[in-house]
Write a protein that binds this ligand. Structure first.
Ligand code: HPA
Ligand code: ZN
Length: 350
């Protein structure tokens, strides 16, 4: 690993924001800010059960994953047209660009929206158009990962996969999201095998609230390349060794984990412990409109709470670039940019 010069702690926030990074775990529906939610409700003739933006924000207090998912689901009801999905993705990409995100992989699902009467093409075409426009509009690249909803059946997931096949080229990967406890990865063994056959890259949420056993089965049964969250792995020494040995990337979301009460505070987060154990950890925002900040805020506040070093900051950014679903040549180019960024922060004594 490239050795970096320590920077003055006062300059760490600026470095953390400036360094080129990839965001690999964010649900596009979770980036719907209250202001945009109200604007879309108005243009689509939807009545929200909240009197104002502030009233809505005040409702964002959660006890666990399910209590969040209920409010999050209600918010998705304002999304109706291809334009809505395009606007939603562009609003996120603008925020990502401001944090020097060079590449984002956007999670989305179609099952929520087809259940509301939309077609999967409405969702995918709107989001994909934003990804196509991202280089010229936001100076970054973006791609799409379709998540199956795990509280629904495997049969529903198969139906969803069949439904999106005509738009297969617009989607890079398949993931697994929604209520984790009681819905282990192996419930989706057959549909993930099919997705693998079709050439999709595979990821799954595992070990957010669920036990280490869910991480094992995401790896061994679903054969995913990355684990989303994975923070419960610290409870299983053999699993920690497996994750380190096989260089499995973990898309960790510190703000999310505190908001959903996985950890009491950022200072209690095990991200530093996971890095010390040699795991390929990345930092992500999950649902930035609901959890109090975008990816840059996650880096800055987590680094402060855990007293991360300059070297750890470099490693986190490098891990994110390395774990992205892009070519090796692109990763190499980003790594040069990353090194140049760290070198520009070195204070020379001339
Ligand atoms: N976990 C599982 N499903 C989700 C999440 C999450 O944090 N956010 C949106 N869908
Ligand atoms: Zn998530």
């Amino acid at each position: 690993m490239f050795k970096v010069h320590p920077v003055d702690p006062k300059r760490m926030p600026a470095l953390l924001r400036a360094m080129p990074k990839a965001e690999l775990h964010m649900h596009i529906e979770g980036s719907l800010e209250p202001e945009l939610m109200f604007a879309m409700a108005k243009r689509n003739g939807v009545t929200l059960p909240y009197a104002s933006v502030q009233d809505l924000r005040n409702a964002y207090v959660f006890d666990n994953l399910q209590s969040f998912l209920d409010i999050y689901h209600a918010g998705t009801l304002v999304l109706k047209t291809e334009e809505d999905f395009y606007d939603l993705a562009c609003a996120y990409l603008a925020r990502a660009q401001a944090d020097n995100v060079v590449h984002a992989e956007l999670f989305f699902d179609t099952q929520t929206h087809t259940d509301h009467g939309l077609s999967s093409a409405t969702v995918i075409n709107g989001l994909h158009r934003a990804c196509v426009d991202a280089p010229q509009k936001f100076g970054m690249t973006a791609s799409l990962i379709l998540c199956f909803l795990r509280h629904l059946s495997e049969e529903d997931a198969f139906e969803c996969l069949e439904d999106i096949l005509p738009l297969r080229e617009k989607i890079v990967g398949i993931g697994l999201a929604s209520s984790e406890l009681g819905h282990p990865p192996e419930k989706f063994a057959k549909v993930f095998a099919k997705a693998r056959q079709l050439g999709f890259r595979l990821v799954a949420h595992a070990g957010e609230e669920g036990p280490p056993a869910y991480i094992w089965s995401a790896l061994d049964i679903l054969k995913v390349e990355r684990i989303d969250h994975g923070v419960q792995a610290t409870r299983d020494t053999a699993l920690m060794q497996r994750l380190a040995q096989d260089k499995i990337s973990l898309t960790v979301c510190p703000f999310s984990n505190v908001k959903l009460r996985v950890f009491n505070t950022l200072a209690d987060h095990t991200l530093g412990q996971m890095m010390d154990a040699g795991l390929c950890v990345t930092i992500n925002s999950d649902d930035p409109a609901y959890f109090g900040g975008y990816v840059g805020d996650n880096y800055v506040q987590t680094a402060q709470a855990l007293r991360l070093t300059t070297q750890q900051a470099y490693t986190l950014a490098h891990n994110s670039l390395h774990a992205a679903f892009v070519s090796d040549a692109t990763k190499q180019q980003w790594t040069h940019q990353l090194k140049a960024c760290f070198e520009s922060f070195v204070e020379h004594d001339y």
